[in-house]
Design a protein around this ligand. Structure first.
Ligand code: SF4
Length: 696
C-alpha cells in the first residue's frame, strides 16, 4: 500500500482523519480527485458524519501548502523556500540556541491527531536528537484528567476498557459531559441499540444538547458541580443499600475513606449547589444500581476543569462501589476526543512519559527505552512541564526560545489564547509543520508543509484502545514531506544525532520494542495482524497471543491487582461569578466543525453548515440584556473578550452562556477562558469561568 514505493492503489480502506471514533472509510481515486465511501467497521457500522464525508476536499484544496515558507525578519512576510534552505535555517537556529542556553532552550509541541509512529518519533527526536525535556502536546487539553484519574484508580489509562459495542448492551448508560450526537454522530447507533433493547440513557450536561434531548433523564447541573453530583449519587447508593460489598472487599482498596467523605453530600444540599433535583439524583442512583449492566462515561464537560481529575475520580468511585468495572457490559470509561488522542498519549509526546505509557522518572523504564534508542539512560532528559505551563513560559528569560509545532494550533486552542499568542511572538524561532496555514503557522518563522492522511501509512489507536491502520491512497503533492522525513532531515543536521527512520513501518517496529513490557504494550501488534482483523486492542505483549478488548475481568493493573478508591471533595470553580462578571461561561463543539477549525473551516459544506462563532444564551437572559437573535454581543472575562452574534436557546441555563471554540479572531472563545489548571493533570479550566455579556 505504501505509495512511496511507486505502487499507487486505486482504493484504500482507511479511517477518518478527525475524531477518536476513527470511522472506517474507503477512499477511491477518481479522475476528479478522491471520493469517500463509508465502510462497515465496529465503531461506525457504516456511518460517517458530515466531517468524514467531506474530509477528502482538503487533499487538493487551494490553501494546501506545497512548499516550505520562511520569514527573513520579524514582521516580514513568509516567502517560499526550498527544503534544504528551510531545514538548514531551523537546524542552525536550534544548534545556536542550545549552545547558548542549553538543550531546554528548545521545545516541541505535538498533537493528538498524529499517528502513533509520528508521536513516537517526536518523543524520540526531542529526547535524543534535541536532548530537551520540553515536549508536550495538545492532548493535555483533551483527555489528561480522565487519564490521570484512570491511572490512579485502575493503574492504567485506556479510554474505554471495553469495546464500544458494549454501550448497546448496557441496561443503564450515564453520560457525563458528553455530546456524541454532535461530536461523534455514528456513535449514536450504539445508543440506539441500547434504547431499543429497553436500556435507559441518562445525560449530565448544563446544556440540553442534541444528546441530552434524546435521554430518558437529563440532569442539568450548574457548570463545575459534577463532582458534587457524583458524590451525592454515591451517598444515595450507600443509603439505599446498593453497595456491592463483595466486589469492594475483593477487588478494591480505600473505600472507607470515600464512604466517610460522601456521607456529607446530602442530596438536598447538592440540589442547592448544582440545581439538580433530589428526585433526579435518586432516580439516577437507582437506575445505575438496580440493573445488571450499567456503564458510566465521562468526557470533556466533566474533565476540562481545574478539578477534572477529582471529578472523574468521583464517578470512578461510584462505578467501583456498584461493582461495575470488569464485568461484561458494565464499567467506567472516558470518551476520547482527538483522532489519536489515545495513542498520542502512550508513546512519548507527553512531558512525563516514555513509549509504552512508561514514566520518564522510572529508572527501569529509562533503561529499557534508552537501550532501544541506543543511548545512555543518564543522557535522557527528565520530565518536562504540562502544555499550558510550557507555552506560558515561551520566550521568557527562563523559558524555551524555540518551539517546533507538529499538528497543533495553539493560537486558537490554548486557554487564555491572547497571552499564548503573545508568548509565541516572543520566541526567537517558531517552526510549524502543517498542511494548511493555521493561525499558529501565520506567526511562524518557518512553515514546513506535510502530508495528509490519505497520503501516508501508519497506525492510530481509537477511543477503545483498538490499534488501526491508516493506509495511503496516493502520492503527496510535489514539495510536501512527511513529518517523519522532516524529523529525520533535522536530526541529520544536528550534532551527534542518530539517524531517524522515515519508513512508518520501521518506526512502528521500533515502537513495538520500546513499548514491550510497558502498560501500553504493543509488542505483539503487527501491521499484518491489524490488517487481518478489525484492529488489535492493547495490551498485546505476544505476537501469537490474544489481545485485550476488555480489561479488568480478573485484576486491575495495580501492583496488588486492586482498584483504588480516592476520596474527593467539591470545590468551587477557580473563578467564581461576582457583580462584575455575573455569568458562567462554558465552551464546546458544534457538529460541522472540528477542534481549532483549521481544516473544517476550509470545507465548503461545513462552512455553510457552521459559518461562524456564536454566543448561546437563554431567552430570559437575552431579554434582560436587550439582546435579540443575531444581535452581536461581547462576552468579557478578566482575560479578554469575544464578539459574536447571539443565538437564543431555551436549552441552556439562564445563568450560563456558551460559545464554540472553533473560530479565531474576534469570535475566539479561548480569548475568554481561564488558564487555571488541574494540579494533577495540567488540564486547563476550559469549561467554566466568570463573564459578563453586553451588546457589542
Ligand atoms: Fe470522522 Fe469522527 Fe465524524 Fe467518524 S464521527 S466521520 S471519525 S469526525
Amino acid at each position: 500500500m505504501a505509495t512511496r514505493s511507486g505502487v499507487r492503489p486505486r482504493e484504500a480502506a482507511t479511517h477518518c482523519p478527525y475524531c477518536a471514533l476513527q470511522c472506517g472509510m474507503v477512499l477511491h481515486a477518481t479522475t476528479d480527485g478522491v471520493e469517500v465511501a463509508a465502510r462497515d467497521f465496529p465503531t461506525n457500522r457504516g456511518g460517517l458524519c458530515q466531517k468524514g464525508w467531506t474530509a477528502a476536499e482538503l487533499l487538493d484544496h487551494p490553501d494546501r501548502l506545497t512548499t516550505p515558507l520562511l520569514r527573513d525578519r520579524p514582521g516580514g512576510e513568509l516567502r517560499p523556500a526550498g527544503w534544504d534552505e528551510a531545514l538548514d535555517r531551523v537546524a542552525t537556529a536550534l544548534r545556536t540556541l542550545a549552545d547558548r542556553h542549553g538543550p531546554d532552550a528548545v521545545a516541541v509541541f505535538g498533537g493528538g491527531g498524529l499517528t502513533n509512529e509520528k508521536a513516537y518519533a517526536l518523543g524520540r527526536f526531542a529526547r535524543v536528537s534535541l536532548r530537551t525535556r520540553h515536549i508536550d502536546y495538545n492532548g493535555r487539553w483533551c483527555m489528561s484528567s480522565a487519564a490521570a484519574a484512570g491511572n490512579r484508580a485502575f493503574g492504567v489509562d485506556r479510554g474505554l476498557p471495553f469495546p464500544l459495542a458494549d454501550l448497546g448492551r448496557a441496561d443503564t448508560l450515564l453520560l457525563v459531559g458528553a455530546n456524541p450526537a454532535e461530536t461523534m454522530p455514528p456513535l449514536m447507533r450504539h445508543l440506539t441499540d441500547q434504547r431499543e433493547r429497553g436500556g435507559r440513557l441518562i445525560v449530565v450536561d448544563p446544556r440540553a444538547t442534541a444528546t441530552a434531548r434524546q435521554a430518558d433523564l437529563h440532569l442539568q447541573p450548574l457548570p463545575g458541580t459534577d463532582l458534587a453530583v457524583a458524590n451525592a449519587l454515591l451517598h444515595i447508593a450507600l443509603r439505599e443499600g446498593y453497595l456491592d460489598r463483595a466486589y469492594v472487599a475483593a477487588r478494591t482498596t480505600g473505600f472507607d475513606e470515600v464512604r466517610r467523605t460522601v456521607a456529607g453530600y446530602w442530596p438536598a444540599e447538592v440540589e442547592r449547589l448544582s440545581g439538580v433535583p433530589v428526585a433526579d439524583l435518586e432516580a439516577t442512583a437507582r437506575a445505575l444500581a438496580t440493573v445488571d449492566r450499567a456503564i458510566i462515561l465521562t468526557a470533556r464537560g466533566a474533565e476540562q476543569h481545574a478539578k477534572g481529575v477529582d471529578t472523574v475520580s468521583a464517578f470512578i468511585n461510584l462505578a467501583l462501589a456498584l461493582g461495575l468495572p470488569g464485568r461484561p457490559g458494565a464499567g467506567y470509561g472516558c470518551l476520547t476526543g482527538q483522532g489519536n488522542g489515545q495513542g498520542g498519549r502512550e508513546h512519548g509526546q507527553k512531558a512525563d512519559q516514555l513509549p509504552g505509557y512508561r514514566r520518564i522518572d522510572d529508572p527501569a523504564a529509562r533503561e529499557h527505552v534508552a537501550r532501544v534508542w541506543g543511548v545512555d539512560p543518564a543522557a535522557l532528559p527528565g520530565a518536562g512541564v504540562p502544555a499550558y505551563r510550557l507555552l506560558d513560559s515561551l520566550g521568557t528569560p527562563s523559558g524555551p526560545k524555540a518551539l517546533l509545532v507538529f499538528g497543533s494550533n495553539p493560537v486558537v486552542s490554548a486557554p487564555r489564547a491572547a497571552r499564548i499568542e503573545s508568548r509565541l511572538r516572543d520566541l526567537d524561532l517558531l517552526v510549524v509543520a502543517d498542511f494548511l496555514r493555521s493561525e499558529t503557522a501565520e506567526l511562524a518563522d518557518v512553515v514546513l508543509p506535510v502530508t495528509q492522511w490519505a497520503e501516508e501509512d501508519g497506525t492510530m489507536t481509537n477511543l477503545e484502545g483498538r490499534v488501526l491502520r491508516r493506509r495511503a491512497l496516493r502520492e503527496p503533492p510535489a514539495g510536501v514531506r512527511t513529518d517523519l522525513e522532516i524529523l529525520a532531515g533535522l536530526a541529520a543536521r544536528l550534532p551527534d544525532a542518530a539517524p531517524l527512520p522515515t519508513d512508518p513501518r520501521e518506526v512502528f517496529e521500533e515502537l513495538r520494542r520500546a513499548s514491550a513490557g510497558g502498560p501500553a504494550d504493543y509488542a505483539g501488534i503487527t501491521w499484518e495482524r491489524i490488517d487481518a482483523d478489525t484492529g488489535v486492542f492493547w495490551p498485546c505483549p505476544d505476537e501469537h497471543g490474544p489481545d485485550r478488548p476488555r480489561l479488568f475481568a480478573d485484576r486491575f493493573h495495580t501492583p496488588d491487582g486492586r482498584a483504588r478508591f480516592h476520596p474527593v471533595t467539591h470545590r468551587p470553580a477557580a473563578e467564581p461569578v461576582c457583580a462584575d462578571y455575573p455569568l458562567h461561561f462554558t465552551t464546546g463543539r458544534v457538529l460541522a466543525q472540528y477542534q481549532s477549525g483549521t481544516q473544517t473551516r476550509r470545507v465548503a459544506a461545513l462552512r455553510r453548515a457552521a459559518p461562524g462563532g456564536f454566543v448561546e444564551l437563554h431567552p430570559d437572559l437575552a431579554a434582560r440584556l436587550g439582546v435579540a437573535e443575531g444581535t452581536p454581543v461581547r462576552v468579557v472575562s478578566r482575560r479578554g473578550e469575544l464578539c459574536a452574534p447571539a443565538r437564543l436557546s431555551p436549552t441552556i441555563r439562564p445563568d450560563t452562556v456558551f460559545a464554540p471554540f472553533h473560530w479565531p479572531g474576534a469570535a475566539r472563545a479561548n480569548s475568554v477562558t481561564n488558564d487555571a489548571v488541574d494540579p494533577v493533570s495540567g488540564m486547563p479550566e476550559f469549561k467554566i469561568c466568570a463573564v459578563r455579556v453586553e451588546r457589542a
